[in-house]
Design a protein around this ligand. Structure first.
Ligand code: NAD
Length: 489
């Protein structure tokens, strides 16, 4: 297949200020040329979104008509899914079986928000004044800058564009400079769906330079960001310029808690998926195994055995279970942190399994960090296939260790004890808790974090309200003339 990647600004495709080569992570070779957005492109995209916000072509549509456009987008996305999955796999190294199934489900997010568009209601206030009617109108919050990382980008943009467009906002979507291909191709689907010019704009651009121009642009009203906590701090600083509303979906260091009473093999299977799916490059990765000491040996023996059988291969082959990391920078970072953790006393349980292939492959690794709770691989998010292991002996200890992190995105609890499941899920500080499962997602369910994992929730009905603001409308109902305020009676 051949691809022609372009920026999408004000309803037109354009070449960008320059081109840059995007690297295929499984070969280390440039596989496509991508357009680069700089200040001029960012500014024009925001100005187009700002014009479209009040233009009757968009602002004049009924909520139901907006919903219909979103349904159409979902249908076209369903057709384009195989092509988009192929591009995402080429551009990020994420394996084709994951990109295919994820994009197929992204369609449901657009359908969910399509159905919500005409269910966003205002309200009436029984105001404490005679002859007055007051109602709250729900208005779109305005121009949304949606900024996403390279991983799961069609999903991460759907949880922003779906509610934003349902609410009547306009959007500038910035793809990551690491792998912008899938979102640039997605722009073609948006165009085909027939959204008026400027309602959705898709650009690229180096984050620190042009992401900053976007998030601080005076005409941006909301920044919906997914990425790392350090970037989030820059975004907060950038929005001092425009006082835009901000939602932050950031990283995690999520605990995966295994009690001795659980079905061990089920928990092992879930743990493998929790940390090694997407080669560990997932915000919800269950990267800290906390296992009850009495079953540690059995659990680890089964886990190490299953991990030794993971099929490493080319990401575009359906049989492959495990592909490369997205970037060489990420590969080097993980190598460094793992070496430091080993120096601090962590023990590698998976042996030396260097993967002898081109590209940015790094073998799945399990580190026994029992007794070295300050190991770097326990405390920092690595965004890679590194599982740290620690033990606990009591429920209280499990909760304390689970909460000893600056993050709070997700947690897994494996137990057959129902009352314990309730107690622990209530006390673990994270935005999502999965009990006897992991990674389950649905458009109906809110998702987001505590602490350095961010704030604001995506998914679910309430997320659509985050893209609205209220307008209080007062109507005087008396027919009596208003008297001159300066005439004494
Ligand atoms: P990143 O923070 O480096 O980049 C994310 C986006 O921000 C990119 O588009 C980038 O260009 C842009 N950006 C960078 N600097 C900017 C600035 N100063 N101003 C404005 N925009 C800027 O993240 P990454 O390395 O691409 O992705 C990995 C991170 O994303 C991890 O921490 C991961 O946990 C997180 N993540 C979170 C979720 C979630 O839903 N919570 C989902 C996926 C990924």
């Amino acid at each position: 297949m051949s691809f022609d990647f372009q920026l999408y600004v004000d309803g037109r495709f354009e070449a960008g200020a320059a081109k840059f080569g995007s690297v295929n992570s499984s070969t280390g070779e440039v596989w496509a040329q991508m357009p680069e957005a700089r200040t001029d492109e960012v500014n024009r995209a925001v100005e187009a979104a700002s014009r479209a916000l009040t233009d009757s072509a968009w602002a004049g549509l009924t909520a139901s008509a907006r919903g219909k456009l979103l349904f159409k987008l979902a249908d076209l996305l369903e057709k384009a899914a195989p092509r988009l999955a192929e591009i995402e796999t080429n551009d990020t190294g994420k394996i084709i079986r994951e990109t295919s199934s994820q994009i197929a489900y992204v369609v449901e997010y657009y359908r969910y928000y399509a159905g919500i568009a005409h269910k966003i209601e205002g309200s009436h206030i029984p105001v404490d004044k005679p002859d007055m009617q007051v109602w709250l109108d729900r208005q779109p919050v305005g121009v949304v800058a949606a900024i996403v990382p390279w991983n799961s980008q069609l999903f991460l943009s759907a949880v922003k564009l779906g509610p934003a467009l349902a609410a009547g906002c306009t959007v500038v979507l910035k793809a990551s400079e690491e792998a912008p291909g899938p979102l640039l191709e997605f722009a073609r689907v948006v165009h085909e769906a027939g959204f008026p010019a400027g309602v959705v704009n898709v650009i690229t651009g180096l984050g620190p330079e042009y992401g900053a121009v976007l998030s601080g642009h005076p005409e941006v009203d909301k920044v919906a960001f997914t990425g790392g906590p350090q970037t989030a701090k820059h975004i907060i600083a950038n929005t001092a310029n425009n006082l835009a509303k901000v939602s932050l979906e950031l990283g995690g260091k999520s605990p995966f808690i295994v009690f001795a009473d659980t079905d061990i093999q089920s928990a092992v299977n879930a743990q493998v998926a929790a940390i090694f799916a997407a080669t560990g490059q997932s915000c919800v990765a269950g990267s800290r195994l906390l296992v009850e000491a009495s079953v540690k040996d059995e659990f680890l023996a089964r886990l190490v055995e299953r991990v030794s059988r993971i099929q490493v291969g080319m990401p575009n082959e359906m049989a492959t279970e495990y592909g490369p990391l997205c970037t060489e920078r990420q590969l080097r970072h993980i190598e460094t942190v793992v070496a430091e953790s080993v120096n601090q006393g962590a023990k590698v349980l998976t042996g030396d399994k260097t993967i002898d292939r081109a590209g940015f492959y790094y073998a799945p690794i399990i580190l026994d960090c029992t007794g070295v709770s300050n190991a770097d691989s326990i405390t920092t998010e690595l965004f890679g296939p590194v599982l740290s292991v620690d033990t606990f002996s009591t429920e209280q200890e499990a909760i304390e260790k689970a909460n000893s992190t600056v993050y709070g995105l997700a947690a897994g609890i494996f137990t057959t004890n129902l009352t314990r499941a309730h107690r622990v899920s209530k006390r673990v500080r994270s935005g999502v808790v999965w009990i006897n499962t992991y990674r389950a997602m649905s458009p109906l369910v809110p998702f987001g974090g505590f602490g350095l994992s961010g704030h604001g929730r995506e998914g679910g009905f309430a997320a659509a309200l985050e893209y609205t603001t209220t307008k209080s409308v007062w109507l005087r109902t008396s027919d009596d003339p208003i008297s001159d305020p300066f005439v004494m009676r």
